[in-house]
Ligand binder design. Structure first.
Ligand code: GDP
Ligand code: MG
Length: 458
C-alpha cells in the first residue's frame, strides 16, 4: 500500500478512536462529582450526543456524501441520473419536480473501500431567503463534497447561496450544466465569467476563491436531436435521438478527490462535527453549572486572599496562591465533568500566566514589595508597636485583595478554557483536525480549505 493510502487509513482510524473516546466520556462519565449522571444535563445535551453518534456511524460506514445544490431546473436531478447511469430520480422542465432530499447509493469505485451517497435537493429558489440559507447550511454541514450546479450565467440568488455554502468550508465543484445549449464561443465566455466570480467585489466577494479546476462543464441530459430517416420507399420518418450525457470532466474530478483525499475528508468532517458537538456540550454544561461555579470561585478567592495576606513569607505565599489556583481549576473541571487532565490544568495555568501577564505581575509585584513590607514589619517591629501591626495589616490586605482578584480572573479564564479545551486533549477532535490539516498534500482540496479551517479553531 502506498504511503498516501496508509496515511488516509490512519486518519480514519484516529477519527474513529477520537469519536469513540468522546462518546464514552460524555455518555458514561458525565457525573457531577461522585454523584450519578445528572438527568437535567443529560437531557440538555441529548441532541449533541446524537450528533456525535451519527458522526461515528457515518465514519464507520465510510459513506462519502455528495450533495447537489442549485436553482430549480438547472439539472441537479439529471446530473445524478447521469452519474448513476440510470434514470433513478424524476426530472422535468416543470418547477419543483424534486420536492424533498433524496439519498441514492452510488458505487463508482468498489475497490476504494468507500461508499458514496448522492443527495438530490429541491431548488434553492423554492425556499425563501432566511430559510434557504439555513437549509443550505444544514445540508452542507452533513456533506463531504458539494456539487453546485448552474446552467449558464450565475444569478444573484445563486451567488449568495454559493457564498453561504463556501463559508461551510466544504469542498465544492462548480458544475456548469447544459453546455449543449451554448455555441462554443458563448460557452467559453460563461466559463470565463464563472472563473472571475472571485473578483466580484460588488457582490460581496467569495471568501474562498474557486480554482479553475474546480469548475467543470457538463451536459447531464443533452437536448434530444431530431433525426430524419428516409425509408426505402422514399417516406421520411422523423424520430428523436437522445445524445449521451457529457459528464466525463465531472467524473474525473470526483474520482480524483475520492482517491486522493476521500478518507481524509471523511475523517476531517467527522471530527469537525464531533468538535462542534463537544463544544456545545461544554457550553451547555458550563451554563447549567454557573451558580455552583460562582460559589466555588468565590470560595477560592477568599481562601487565597486570606492565605496570602496571613502568610508572612514571600515565596510561600506565591506558591500557596499557585496551588490554590491549580486546585480551583481542578475543582471547576470536576464540577463540569469535562475532560481535563492534571497536565492540561498545568498547561492552562501556564497559558493564564502568559495571557494575564499584567495581572500576575501585579500579584508578583505586590508579593515582593508588600511581602517585603510584611516581613519587614515583623523583623523590625515584631508587632510590638501598633504602627508595625498597622503596616502589616495594611500591606497584607492589599496583597490579599490583589491575589483574590487574580483568582477571580483565573476562574473566568478557566471556564473559557474548559469550554474550549475539552477538544484539545490527546486524541481530542481539535488536536486531530490540526494534525490532519498539517499532513495533507498541497494539491488537494483540503489543503486549500486549510487556512479557513485553521482560522476557525479556538
Ligand atoms: N439541454 C439540456 N437540458 C438539460 C440538461 N440537463 C437537464 N436538462 C433539462 O432541464 C430540465 C430540468 O432538469 P432537472 O434535472 O429536473 O432539474 P432540477 O430541478 O435541477 O433537478 C429537464 O427538462 C431536463 O431535461 C442538459 O445538460 N442539457
Ligand atoms: Mg430535481
Amino acid at each position: 500500500m502506498s504511503k498516501k493510502i496508509l496515511r488516509q487509513e490512519a486518519h480514519l482510524n484516529q477519527a474513529h478512536a477520537s469519536l469513540q473516546q468522546a462518546i464514552s466520556w460524555y455518555s458514561g462519565f458525565r457525573r457531577h462529582g461522585n454523584s450519578p449522571p445528572d438527568a437535567r444535563l443529560q437531557a440538555c445535551v441529548k441532541q449533541d450526543l446524537q450528533s456525535l453518534q451519527s458522526a461515528l456511524d457515518k465514519l464507520d460506514s465510510k459513506a462519502i456524501r455528495i450533495t447537489t445544490f442549485g436553482l430549480v431546473s438547472c439539472g441537479k436531478s439529471s446530473l445524478i441520473n447521469a452519474l448513476l447511469e440510470e434514470e433513478v430520480v424524476a426530472t422535468g422542465p416543470l418547477h419543483g419536480v424534486t420536492q424533498s432530499l433524496t439519498i441514492l447509493h452510488w458505487d463508482p469505485f468498489p475497490d476504494r473501500g468507500l461508499n458514496v451517497e448522492l443527495i438530490d435537493t429541491p431548488g434553492l429558489d423554492e425556499v425563501a431567503g432566511e430559510a434557504r440559507s439555513t437549509m443550505a447550511r444544514q445540508i452542507a454541514q452533513k456533506s463531504d463534497l458539494i456539487l453546485f450546479v448552474v446552467a449558464g450565467d450565475i444569478t444573484r440568488t445563486e451567488y449568495e447561496a454559493l457564498c453561504e455554502l463556501r463559508s461551510t468550508q466544504k469542498p465544492l465543484i462548480l458544475v456548469f450544466n447544459k453546455v449543449d445549449l451554448y455555441p462554443d464561443r458563448d460557452r467559453q465566455q460563461i466559463y470565463r465569467q464563472l472563473q472571475q466570480l472571485n473578483a466580484e467585489q460588488s457582490m460581496g466577494g467569495l471568501q474562498n476563491p474557486i480554482a479553475p479546476h474546480e469548475i467543470v462543464m457538463v451536459a447531464a441530459k443533452p437536448q434530444p436531436i431530431q433525426v430524419r430517416i428516409e425509408a426505402s420507399d422514399g417516406r421520411i420518418e422523423t424520430s428523436w435521438e437522445h445524445p449521451e450525457p457529457q459528464i466525463e470532466e465531472l467524473q474525473e474530478a470526483i474520482a480524483q478527490i475520492l482517491q486522493q483525499e476521500g478518507k481524509s475528508l471523511l475523517a476531517l468532517n467527522a471530527l469537525v462535527q464531533a468538535r462542534d458537538a463537544e463544544l456545545n456540550i461544554a457550553r451547555k454544561t458550563i451554563k447549567l453549572r454557573q451558580q455552583e461555579a460562582r460559589e466555588i470561585i468565590d470560595r477560592y478567592a477568599r481562601y487565597k486572599a486570606i492565605a496570602v495576606a496571613a502568610n508572612p513569607i514571600i515565596v510561600l505565599d506565591l506558591i500557596g496562591g499557585l496551588i490554590a489556583d491549580l486546585t480551583l481549576i481542578r475543582s471547576l473541571s470536576k464540577l463540569y465533568g469535562l475532560p481535563i487532565t492534571t497536565y492540561e490544568a498545568g498547561n492552562l495555568l501556564r497559558r493564564i500566566i502568559a495571557s494575564s501577564g499584567g495581572l500576575l505581575l501585579a500579584e508578583l509585584g505586590s508579593s515582593l514589595m508588600l511581602g517585603v513590607g510584611k516581613s519587614g514589619a515583623i523583623v523590625t517591629g515584631g508587632f510590638k508597636s501598633s504602627g508595625a501591626l498597622g503596616a502589616y495589616l495594611f500591606t497584607a490586605s492589599i496583597q490579599g485583595a490583589i491575589a483574590g482578584y487574580g483568582t477571580y480572573v483565573i476562574g473566568r479564564v478557566a471556564q473559557v478554557y474548559l469550554e474550549q479545551g475539552c477538544t484539545w486533549g490527546e486524541m481530542g477532535a481539535s488536536t486531530l483536525i490540526k494534525e490532519i490539516l498539517s499532513q495533507v498534500e498541497p494539491n488537494t482540496i483540503i489543503y486549500r480549505l486549510r487556512q479557513e479551517l485553521l482560522r476557525q479553531m479556538v
